[in-house]
Design a protein around this ligand. Structure first.
Ligand code: X8Z
Ligand code: ZN
Length: 625
């Protein structure tokens, strides 16, 4: 995952890092280039004082060296801040963030000098990344980068150190998530849910200031706004990308609607018409998650009826009974990767990672994976508890680390995912292989159950993966509207709930105050981590998984396939990963899956038996919202 600082995080998985030294070239926007100049040879360009391909090469080489140096320096400071939030560390972090943003913006402006040159494709690709790869750009005027960094650091710390009062206790952020997972009393759920959002409210104005500054930065670089800049990072036109995510959503939406309908009816049976009226969207605090993004903890309430003779697989309980610890969950995840032929993680990973929440200081608990030296200094930072959710998440995080290591020999600007959805999909694809057979292989289960309980397994997965899809889509639909000025601070919250209702079919448990800032209650908003990557990852991980299962010749139901131990899959997976961002993502996707398109049909194939069952269940129900 990523962290607060958008510009410097080559170190953090999946974020492009552009930071550097002020480039010596003046930032010149040259719109007056003549036809003659365009066709000039290198020599005549040089003679005329025009930039040459040779100079462009030197500019990029210099940029990469400086970016690499800055990224290493900055990530040490970011790590210190994220694992020990103090006023001093916060200031150091804001300062390096500002320096890093300023330099990356200078560098991005420096690319303008070469924009009319006909460059070799690799060089052009690097120029594009330099110009468009800054997540939150500052305008180039003096002081702007520092202002932006102060705002972002304040937003980030406010989130991670946020607390609520509940039943006489002070509850820190990470524990509010556990309460939402474990409580079932609607009144208590509403209380925790609402209090966590009250805590986010004061951030709205700082967020709005951040939006204004970053948009000014994006416009200087030739983009309409930050949202358009984000949408430009996918080897296709920004508008085509927006259409592409809608196309993918169209493929999976019927499946989501079937799941939403079933869950609503089951919650209605549990809570009654007053709390879960059937003609309304579902109350957001009843879905077992602070943001109603993954619904796995509602499983006992919505699960299919199964024969009494059948024993369900409860991964939470299995991990606890087998005395797993945060470190041994991580070792088990690592072992999956080594079974595919990847080298083990370095010793320093185990010495330097944060596995559990420290008791003596404030930290950023939201899980992330780091590569501090762009080579071997890999680490994760988590606040794990033993259970299925963090078992999956640690696979997710190690996916980032193994990807980072796979592409470490790429030039600096290509040390990134083929697109950011790839970075988020790697570890999740591995975790899809946590099947009953695999659990038996690693000693978590004595016997592999027959297929009579497979609807249960599919329901557990659907509550995580299918439930997530519309949420993954809407977070950045909201931000795109914010950056485009279609939503203003006064309408931020209404706009958020309009999208939540439209895509997820959920509603708030109470009327939201006019000045609320509910999107600010989600980590990635105050921390400026783009979110469409997770929507893409929830499509891509099933494509990767299906391709791997085809490679091992799996012929059974897709959800029962585990490619644990397959070095053939490992080799092909590594070949894809070691390309980093060096070529357009369709080329990279084709290497592993044989297709050049992102495609929701693997999701549909995986859940086909469940979908059929959901349709039967829903036959006499009124679905939709
Ligand atoms: O933020 C994450 C990862 C780190 S990149 C833990 N995820 C999203 C979230 O928690 O909201 C993974 C799934 C979606
Ligand atoms: Zn991630």
């Amino acid at each position: 995952m990523i962290s607060g600082n958008k510009t410097l995080y080559k170190a953090l998985a999946g974020v492009s890092v552009l930071a550097l030294i002020a480039c010596s070239e003046p930032a010149v926007e040259d719109d007056t280039t003549t036809d003659a100049a365009e066709t000039a040879t290198e020599e005549t360009r040089e003679a005329a004082g025009e930039p040459t391909v040779e100079e462009a090469e030197a500019f990029v080489a210099d940029a990469e060296a400086k970016l690499a140096e800055m990224s290493e320096r900055a990530s040490v400071i970011a790590w210190t801040y994220s694992t020990d939030i103090t006023p001093e560390h916060e200031q150091a972090y804001a300062d390096i963030d500002a320096a890093s943003t300023k330099l990356s913006v200078d560098l991005a402006n420096g690319t303008k000098r070469f924009q009319d040159l006909d460059l070799p494709p690799v060089l052009q690709r690097k120029m594009n990344i330099l110009r468009g790869g800054i997540t939150i750009p500052a305008p180039s005027r003096d002081g702007a980068a520092q202002e932006l960094a102060q705002l972002n650091t304040a937003l980030s710390s406010a989130y991670s150190t946020g607390k609520i009062q509940f039943e006489g206790e002070t509850v820190p952020q990470a524990e509010t998530e556990l309460l939402m997972r474990n409580l079932t009393d609607p009144a208590k759920l509403e209380e925790v849910w609402t209090k966590w959002r009250e805590q986010a409210k004061p951030s709205r104005d700082e967020y709005a200031q951040m939006v204004e500054l970053a948009n000014a930065g994006a416009r200087e670089l030739g983009f309409d706004d930050v949202g358009q800049m984000w949408r430009s990072g996918y080897d296709m036109d920004a508008d085509a990308f927006a259409a592409e995510v809608d196309r993918l959503w169209g493929q999976v939406r019927p499946l989501y609607e079937n799941l939403q309908c079933h869950v609503k009816y089951k919650l209605n049976e549990e809570y009654g018409d007053e709390i879960v009226p059937l003609d309304q969207p579902i109350r957001a605090d009843l879905l077992g998650n602070m943001w109603a993004q993954q619904w796995g903890s509602t499983y006992p309430r919505v699960k299919p009826e199964t024969p009494a003779t059948m024993t369900s697989i409860d991964l939470d309980a299995l991990l606890v009974e087998a005395d797993y610890t945060p470190v041994s969950m991580t070792e088990t995840a690592e072992e999956f990767f080594t079974s595919l032929g990847f080298a083990p993680l370095p010793e320093t990973f185990w010495e330097r990672s944060q596995f559990v929440q420290p008791e003596d200081r404030e930290v950023v608990c939201h899980a992330s994976a780091w590569d501090l030296d762009n080579r071997e200094d890999l680490r994760i930072k988590m606040c794990m508890t033993v259970g299925a959710e963090d078992f999956r998440t640690v696979h997710h995080e190690l996916g980032h680390n193994f990807y980072q290591r796979a592409y470490m020999d790429q030039p600096h600007l290509f040390k990134n995912g083929a697109n950011d959805g790839f970075h988020e999909a790697i570890g999740d694809m591995i975790a899809l292989s946590i099947t009953p057979e695999y659990m038996q292989q690693i000693g978590l289960l004595d016997d592999v159950p027959g297929t009579e309980g497979d609807l249960e397994l599919l329901m557990q997965q659907a509550l995580e993966k299918v439930a997530f899809l519309p949420f993954g889509l809407l977070v950045d639909k909201w931000r795109w509207q914010v950056f485009a000025g279609e939503l203003t601070p006064e309408t931020y919250n209404q706009g958020w709930w309009d999208l939540r209702e439209e895509y997820q079919g959920i509603r708030p448990p109470n009327e939201r105050p006019a000045d609320a800032f509910d999107p600010g209650s989600k980590y990635h908003v105050p921390n400026n981590v783009p979110y469409m990557r997770y929507f893409l990852a929830h499509i891509l991980q099933f494509q990767f998984y299906k391709a791997a299962c085809d490679q091992v010749g799996w012929e059974g139901p897709l959800h029962r396939c585990s490619f644990y131990g397959s070095e053939e899959v490992g080799e092909r997976f590594n070949a894809m990963m070691e390309m980093g961002q060096s070529q357009p993502w369709p080329d990279t996707l084709e290497m592993f899956t044989g297709t050049r398109e992102m495609d929701g049909s693997a999701v549909i194939a995986y859940f086909a038996p469940l979908n059929e069952w959901l349709e039967e269940q829903n036959a006499d129900r009124t679905c939709g919202w």
